[in-house]
Design a binder for this molecule. Sequence first.
Ligand SMILES: Nc1ncnc2c1ncn2[C@@H]1O[C@H](COP(=O)(O)OP(=O)(O)OP(=O)(O)O)[C@@H](O)[C@H]1O
Length: 332
Amino acid sequence: MIELEGLTKRYGSKVAVDHLSFQVKPGVVTGFLGPNGAGKSTTMRMLLDLDNPTSGTVRIDGRHYRELAEPLKYIGALLDAKAMHGGRTAYNNLLCLAESNRIPAARVSEVLDTVGLSAVAKKKAKGFSLGMGQRLGIASALLGDPEILMFDEPVNGLDPEGIHWIRNLMKQLAGEGRTIFVSSHLMSEMALTADHLIVIGQGRLLADTSMADFIRQNSRSFVRLRSPQWERLLDVLNQNSVPFLQTGDGAIEIDNGRIEALGELAARHQLVLHELSGQQASLEEAFMQMTAGSVEYHAHGATTPGGPPPPPDRGAGRQAPNWGAHDQGRGV
Ligand SMILES: Nc1ncnc2c1ncn2[C@@H]1O[C@H](COP(=O)(O)OP(=O)(O)OP(=O)(O)O)[C@@H](O)[C@H]1O
């Protein structure tokens, strides 16, 4: 388990990490999210004692990193794939780490095999691609067979096969009861990998919640309908006072609609439906909704800070999506 209590880091007048308190628990993959500059890397560096907190504490299984005699046996981390010694072979890079932590040399070949680098074990790290470097960094994290693993952007530079591999590896490690803490900018990937989320913005904790709750609480859910009898469908919805939105692709969306009630309504009016599906916004949309107010760097022409993702075209006099606020009690 990783425990942060009031962790704060200031660089001059800049507060990079602002009184962060949370726990990263074993047995699940915990995703660490935040916009650029939110303080994720700074937090991870403080965890490994690579940066001193201005105040607050961070503990690895109840102890400060400095108190761990052979730290690689407690916590393995991939922070920067380029941190390896370029002039050394992959094998020798890992061997040096192993020796400094009294890890048997045989373990080096084992982890090189796990990450798929056995064939290039004798090649110098400076010739490695970004993806190979990531794999070597992951091998170093696994070296001490630690109970806690921390990965900063582990899929960076990996090809689809590599992304699939690291996703399964993290799930497998969590399944073994280990603590897995991972940051990524790839929301689609995070949605597939993480069970729990810690979200920060401008150094502050914004959410500490399960993936499912995070999406539910920060996004819009709706029912999507398509029908070849489009005009009649609109009439039926109007007659029954069901607010709807028309999308650009000929579908209709009903915020917080109940799929059963809408199916029955269509059946009562003998309407043919080509689609009747419940939809939940993606993690990416939920993330943008939650962090909109704490994004530090914007591209010109990007969505206005604080504003939700653009809604579909509105139907005649119908409600716009009500991001973040749900009316679960509605009949349809
Ligand atoms: N050594 C440093 N000196 C001064 N400011 C720093 C230093 N390291 C980080 N910062 C600042 O602290 C803030 C947090 O940076 P950090 O790299 O931790 O964010 P991040 O969430 O990892 O960002 P990204 O997603 O872009 O990697 C940023 O505003 C950054 O400019």
